[in-house]
Design a protein around this ligand. Sequence first.
Ligand code: FES
Length: 575
Amino acid sequence: MADTKKKLRSQSWFGAPGLHGFIHRSWMKNQGYPQDMFEGKPVIGICNTWSELTPCNGHFRELAEWVKRGVYEAGGFPLEFPVMSLGETLLRPTSMLFRNLASMDVEESIRANPLDGVVLLMGCDKTTPSLLMGAASVDIPTIGLSGGPMLKGNYKGQPLGSGTGLWQMSEDVRAGKMTSEEFVGAENAMSRSKGHCMTMGTASTMASMVEALGIGLPGNAAIPAVDARRYTLAQLTGRRIVQMVHEDMKMSQILTRKAFENAIRTNAAIGGSTNAVVHLLALAKRIGVELDLQDWDALGSQVSCLVNLQPSGKHLMEDFYYAGGLPVVLKELAERKLLHTDALTVNGKSIGENVASAECWNRDVIHTYDQPFKAEAGIAVLKGNLAPNGAVIKPSAGSPHLFKHRGRAVVFENIEHFYARIDDPNLDVDENCVLVLKNCGPKGYPGMPEVGNMPLPPKVLKKGITDMVRISDARMSGTAYGTVVLHASPEAAAGGPLALVQDGDMIALDVEARTLHLDVDEAILTKRREAWKPQPSPARGYVKLYVDHVLQADQGADLDFLVGKSGAEVARDSH
Ligand code: FES
């Protein structure tokens, strides 16, 4: 093992002579740490998003203990620290408003403390990108460890997936096909173990991105939270991060352009969430990799979906793990030359080496590339006068008969306007209309909430119709589905063309041609543009900082001054 003592950044705290060294060590000793812990062991921060308000990460204190076990075994000194935790189900107005705030907490906590390496404990949707983004801006040796998905929900003898099952049942209640007593029964049956959503929603997608990027150990994506092997993975992560410090293997050596290309193609192959687009664009900008929205279409849209998981398919993450998990998918991509097999991963091996021996145990869950679950299923990027900087759609979750569609716009000025009107029996709407929702982009709501998959009007649902074209500047839950155009950029609140759409305008969507067009004369649009007024800026606080500085969705919706990294250097303390 290399002697890393002289280059450990923690030694500038703990190895300092005189007054400073005394202060740095003595107060730490009140926790019972002996002197030798401060004498050149790699100090590993365990960045913990545990919170009882983030139920998906509720088991993270236990998970951290297993990471510590590994760190101690490898001769390191583990120190766990909390950062802002973002729970998807409780935070208002939307957890996405706080992703960048949490990333600032992570970045400054890592840089300001005597850490040589860090393990990121991530689970619920925004906890993964916020930790990766914050750590990337420091760029010390880092491993991501996801908390793992919940076990499968089960209601009336049928599997019940997080989110996906709920959206369907909610429509059934509104259509009068399900009683409210049954709805409560399903509520009790869906979330039945520790862990995050067990559909291929945003949390599972981002856990898969961690593995595909190579910033987590193999197996990270799918091992259920309560499976003993999740704890084994945590222990191995603890062992490995100490070695990474000895090797000085930084995050930027893993998060290369090749790694991002692997992740984009993997997202298509798993039928992953559209949210990954925004998060990976932001992460790439932090670490300094050139990546743009068009890359998602160019690299991923032709890639087939191999994984038959909700919301695109029928199985759940537990089934995915038992079938062989993400390594099987990566191996299929590698065999089709759709994976940069030489991309380095945190275990020191290439991603190709990691997946070479992967085996599939259930081809109904993970299809072969020759017989994919859905062909050409990646994210499609649409452009046109309604979204000059782009909008996205996830064809694998949509209805092919709507992919080329021209319809009359039914417009909602904001989400309150939507909820006030959608159940109105007098709303002038039918299944051929296009539902348009404005002012739900990064600046608009603010925070870009997951409301893009607008529920359908009851009068349409009662006809047995289950999908309509919907367009907005919002995001969509990774567990949701439908022919839903999202992330329209620039957003309405930034004066984008979406702001100009009015009831009765005709809109043409053509997914194959990648176009999204508002059929209104330019002269009329110019008049509407002149009459448009921006909404007032928030008066104070973080929300003001956010609205004043947030970038558009096609840029990753990061704050403009957070793009890039500052490294691990920090001024000496002043005492
Ligand atoms: Fe936390 Fe879905 S609500 S992962």
